[in-house]
Design a protein around this ligand. Structure first.
Ligand code: ZN
Ligand code: ZN
Length: 292
């Protein structure tokens, strides 16, 4: 396995940070990141549970960018709203999802973000082949519509219901449709992959998991890790995040992942259950100790 390409990823050796809230405006997200000791962050650019999107105020964009620079926070990732369904059978839902994705790409570009992270959605019982074709069509349309070359990272999912993107073969088929186009990348969510049935807790298990990912998708597509422990067990298909080291993955799995060149050279964003600033800082400390 040739991993030389990874060293140049974002030219950053495992920067860690949080998904931070934007209530009170985007610049507030930077304050939250600083409070927690983040080197990288992920944000929503609108309410993730609604379709409503209003343009970000130009002064907020300016302040956000200046503050990130001042505090040395990079890369910045934008996560799309939860309602997005790029695999939706219903044309109006699919169109809306496409619109939302393009708006997120434009916002990401304005904010100086490295990439947009998105879930793929659900095929609603029409089958994986249908879902995969829908997702490919949506991404092609989004890349064509968005004037800016903003990368989109497809997040690995836990695989509940009719969701698309929980197995690497599906992700590989989608990525394969984009050939050498480096606007298409993958976000590896540790909780989701484990819940989808990929072993990460032993050296052999992790090696096999990443070999499969490399074979189906190509590790060079991997641009971001969502580092979350899991409440659900291996193959449970349960999307329930847990604090680092307190779930079914445990500290040992994070140590193994952090020392693997395929993952350890990427930025890591935590989405552990929000409790307090102190607990967030504790989660970051655990990840940093795992990386040592
Ligand atoms: Zn996500
Ligand atoms: Zn999740």
């Amino acid at each position: 396995m040739d991993l030389s390409h990874l060293v140049t990823g974002y030219n950053i050796y495992m920067r860690v940070g949080f998904h931070v809230g934007i209530s009170g405006g985007l610049p507030k997200a930077v304050d939250r990141a600083v409070e927690r000791g983040c080197e990288t962050i992920q944000v929503f650019v609108s309410n993730p549970r609604g379709w409503k999107h209003s343009d970000i105020l130009p002064e907020d964009i300016e302040t956000f960018r200046a503050r990130c620079k001042e505090e040395d926070i990079s890369p910045v990732f934008v996560h799309t709203i939860y309602l997005i369904n790029l695999a939706a059978p219903a044309p109006e839902v699919w169109e809306r999802s496409l619109d939302a994705l393009v708006m997120n790409m434009r916002a990401a570009h304005a904010l100086g973000s490295a990439a947009v992270v998105t879930h793929l959605g659900s095929h609603g019982g029409r089958g994986a082949d249908f879902g995969i074709a829908r997702v490919i069509a949506a991404l092609e349309a989004a890349f064509e519509r968005c004037e800016e070359p903003v990368p989109v990272l497809l997040e690995t999912t836990a695989g509940s219901g009719n969701s698309v993107g929980h197995d690497f073969i599906q992700l590989g088929r989608i990525a394969g449709a984009f050939g050498e186009d480096d606007r298409l990348g993958i976000c590896f969510d540790t909780c989701h992959a484990f819940a989808a049935g990929y072993e990460l807790r032993s050296e052999g298990g992790l090696r096999r998991t990443l070999q499969e990912l490399d074979g189906e998708v190509g590790l060079e597509r991997l641009k971001l890790v969502h580092a979350n422990d899991s409440k659900g067990d291996l193959g449970s298909r349960l999307d329930r995040h847990e604090h680092i080291g307190e779930g079914k993955l445990g500290m040992e799995a994070f140590k193994l992942m952090a020392s693997h060149p395929g993952l350890g050279n990427l930025p890591w964003i935590l989405e552990t259950p929000g409790m307090s600033v102190e607990k967030d800082r504790e989660n970051l400390r655990r990840i940093r100790s795992a990386a040592r």
